[in-house]
Design a binder for this molecule. Structure first.
Ligand code: SF4
Length: 219
């Protein structure tokens, strides 16, 4: 799916203003006919470099989990809540007196999520996915308003979803309901090994949901 031209030069929030020279916001990736839409948190360093969501280690993890339920990247449309890398910086003075700056990822702020919302809304409106899978608590809250992932992960929600209303300058709920399936973020498993079993159980539930909703991604 092609986002409007102005997307690629967007600097509407601080995370965009802090982009490296030559980088653009990261658009969603996949077929505009995909029935499944997967929404992550934000672009990271690899994603900014390559201009695609879920690259590097995060991408490898995701591909591995998708293959466990018979899905491939080509079967889904994959996107993020915000499109420019949110990061903190740390400065260290080296022995030779030079300053080394390191960047570490952080979750996007409330303001960035709000400011970036129209791009995700655009993709959802064009795609009209049969199923939205949220990865982690950031996209879950953005899409459903629900902030407790531990209460809803691995379950199918039939729910209105949030979109940014320009006139009211805030999130509003859609009139139609969507199927939303919340999962933990695959990267959280790297830091919290105890979640791996839960994540795999949720994937099996997701497989059943695909059958229940008669979603055959390759058709
Ligand atoms: S994060 Fe979103 S709103 Fe902010 S500059 Fe990037 S594309 Fe624009």
């Amino acid at each position: 799916m092609v986002l409007p031209e102005e997307f690629f030069s967007c600097k509407k929030c601080d995370d965009g203003i802090r982009r490296e020279e030559g980088e653009t916001p990261v658009p969603g990736d996949g077929s505009s006919h995909a029935k499944i839409m997967l929404i992550g948190e934000s672009a990271g360093a690899e994603e900014m470099k390559r201009g695609k969501p879920f690259q590097g280690k995060a991408g490898e993890n995701l591909n591995e989990f998708l293959s466990m339920i018979g899905l491939e990247r080509k079967d889904i449309y994959i996107s993020n809540t915000t499109r420019c890398r949110p990061y903190n910086t740390k400065e260290k003075i080296l022995k030779n007196g030079t300053v080394k700056v390191t960047k570490s990822n952080r979750p996007p702020g409330k303001q960035e999520i709000l400011t970036c919302a129209s791009w995700l809304d655009y993709e959802i409106e064009k795609l009209v996915p049969s199923l939205i899978i949220t990865l982690g608590s950031v996209p879950l809250k953005r899409i459903t308003g629900q902030s407790t992932i531990s209460a809803v992960h691995g379950s199918l929600l039939n729910t209105p979803i949030q979109y940014f209303d320009v006139n009211n300058n805030k999130f509003m709920f859609s009139t139609r309901e969507f199927h939303v399936f919340p999962l933990y973020h695959p990267a959280s498993i790297i830091y919290r090994r105890e979640l791996k079993e839960v994540f795999v159980e949720d994937l099996n539930k997701l497989k059943n949901v695909l059958t229940q909703l008669q979603i055959n991604p390759s058709v």
